[in-house]
Design a protein around this ligand. Structure first.
Ligand code: NAD
Length: 470
């Protein structure tokens, strides 16, 4: 598969292999972008900027055409996502449909011009101007969706883009470039592939005026440091350790199902998956029992197989990390109530795992596991549960579950995180912004506020009469 640079599909003499996490076999290869190729991509994006930034209606039409092209090619894209990422095919199809929806939604947004009142015979307006070239860097859990979250708003705002997928999941994104190429003017969208070092080159490059990054907190800090030297704008969507708090009046069966789904979606590899659960004394046994029974029903396997509900962990490093966290939990007094081990001896499959009895400072509770292993914790007083949920450096999302929605919303408002859900979790829509607190990020993605992150403001202030002095 080829990179998209300056409207041309480009190969490289050097390539790197892509592994199917379900079979551990090589399913393809991706070009290794050299520094020279990256320079070409950035200069193509820079050259395309002047024309592209002129007319929002042209950009709307392009985004709409891109959405249609994604829908037309959804089967092929979804198959690639399943093969390189691991999720079941039906979920990969949903990812492509979601990405197309993001383009359609974004195409309808406006860049508002706001009038402000200033003293004297003057009028003033705030305009939103595009930034220039955006360097977009994305992770491996939702390769097409996370690409859409960056490409659509960056382009609608009038910027041009150079995007790099994760080295674990480059194929669907390269295919996306090929599919979108006939609909996007030359140089407006460029897709380059390579390892982490390519991301480092992108953030250090003189051309981009913004880095839009989704990935781990550690890499996000490096990105922020690199961007600071050139005062590039940044949006960082980083890790999370989302708590779910169940209130004493909740319906155990419904809550167990909702929490289980949001914890094990995409094998737990979602930035806003539930990663810790706080159960009240009165519901501890019933919710736990229900969740264990749901875990036992999961059909874990190769996502290309129709009957599978959950796929493997995406890559060997992540697979080993999740198994290590489970082992650490075992050694430190945790009780593995279900799962707890690899399934089979080929593929990065980990059984859906539920662990109880852990201390708050144990690694599985305090760190982001990003995999199918969930700690269940017990509480007596709600203030104690809230304090424990708010401890730590992450603040992406959280949820509170209970029969009295108003009471649950009141408790949810006390969570220190960017999104506080009530009786739901992972309810992501294009309309609602995502904005992590603390180490979970800087800036906003999605919705009208996310769009504005791809602009700088310009104040246009006009004197009603010409005067010789200020
Ligand atoms: P990662 O940080 O290892 O890699 C993400 C991307 O950054 C990849 O393309 C990688 O090649 C590149 N990269 C790595 N180091 C870099 C550096 N120093 N400079 C520039 N680019 C660099 O993350 P991952 O393992 O691919 O993804 C998992 C992480 O992503 C989890 O922590 C998860 O929570 C987070 N994530 C967050 C969101 C969100 O919206 N908040 C969404 C999805 C994933």
């Amino acid at each position: 598969m080829k990179m998209l640079i300056g409207g041309v599909l480009i190969d490289s003499t050097e390539t790197f292999p892509v592994i199917n996490p379900a079979t551990e076999t090589v399913i393809g290869s991706a070009p290794q972008c050299s520094r020279e190729m990256l320079d070409t991509a950035f200069s193509a994006a820079q050259s395309a900027f002047a024309d592209w930034s002129k007319d929002i209606n042209v950009r709307r039409d392009v985004l709409t055409a891109c959405a249609a092209a994604m829908r037309d090619n959804a089967d092929e894209l979804a198959r690639l996502v399943t093969q390189e990422q691991g999720k079941p095919l039906a979920k990969a199809q949903r990812e492509i449909g979601g990405a197309a929806r993001w383009f359609e939604y974004t195409a309808e947004l406006d860049l508002p011009v706001e009038s402000i009142s200033v003293p004297g015979q003057r009028r003033a307006e705030i305009h939103r101007r595009p930034l220039g070239v955006v360097a977009a860097i994305i992770p491996w859990n939702y390769p097409v969706m996370t690409a859409a979250w960056k490409i659509a708003p960056a382009l609608l705002a009038g910027n041009t883009v150079v995007l790099k997928p994760s080295p674990y999941t480059p194929l669907a994104t390269l295919k996306l470039g090929e599919i979108l190429r006939p609909h996007v003017p030359e140089g407006v969208l460029n897709i380059v592939t390579g390892g982490d070092e390519l991301g480092v080159w992108m953030t250090a490059h003189k051309t981009p005026r913004k880095i839009a990054f989704t990935g781990s907190t550690d890499a996000g800090k490096s990105v922020a440091a690199a961007a600071a030297t050139d005062l590039k704008r940044v949006t960082l969507e980083l890790g999370g350790n989302d708590p779910a708090i169940v209130l004493a009046d909740a319906d155990p069966k419904m809550v167990a199902k909702g929490i289980f789904t949001a914890a094990f979606e995409n094998s737990g590899q979602v930035c806003v998956a539930i990663k810790r659960v706080y159960l009240p004394d009165n519901l501890y046994d019933s919710v736990l029992e229900e969740m264990v029974s749901l875990a036992k029903d999961v059909n874990l396997g190769d996502g290309l197989n129709d009957s599978v509900d959950m796929g493997p962990v995406n890559n060997r490093a992540q697979f080993e990390r999740v198994l290590e966290l489970i082992e650490d939990a075992r050694k430190n007094g945790g009780a593995v109530v279900t799962g707890g081990k690899r399934k089979g001896d080929v593929g990065f499959f980990i059984e859906p795992t539920i662990i109880t009895g852990l201390a708050d400072d144990s690694r599985l509770v305090a760190e982001e596991q990003f995999g199918p292993a969930l700690p269940i914790l017990r509480y007596t007083e709600i203030d104690d549960a809230l304090a424990r949920a708010n401890a730590g450096n992450f603040g992406l999302a959280g949820s509170v579950w209970g029969s009295d929605g108003d009471r649950a919303a009141e408790v949810a408002g006390k969570l220190n995180c960017g999104t506080a859900w009530v009786n739901q979790h992972l309810a992501i829509t294009p309309q609602a912004p995502i904005a992590g607190h603390k180490w979970s990020g800087i800036g906003i993605e999605n919705g009208p506020l996310g769009l504005l992150q791809y602009t700088d403001i310009q104040i246009v202030e006009v004197a009603e009469t010409q005067t010789a002095t200020a």
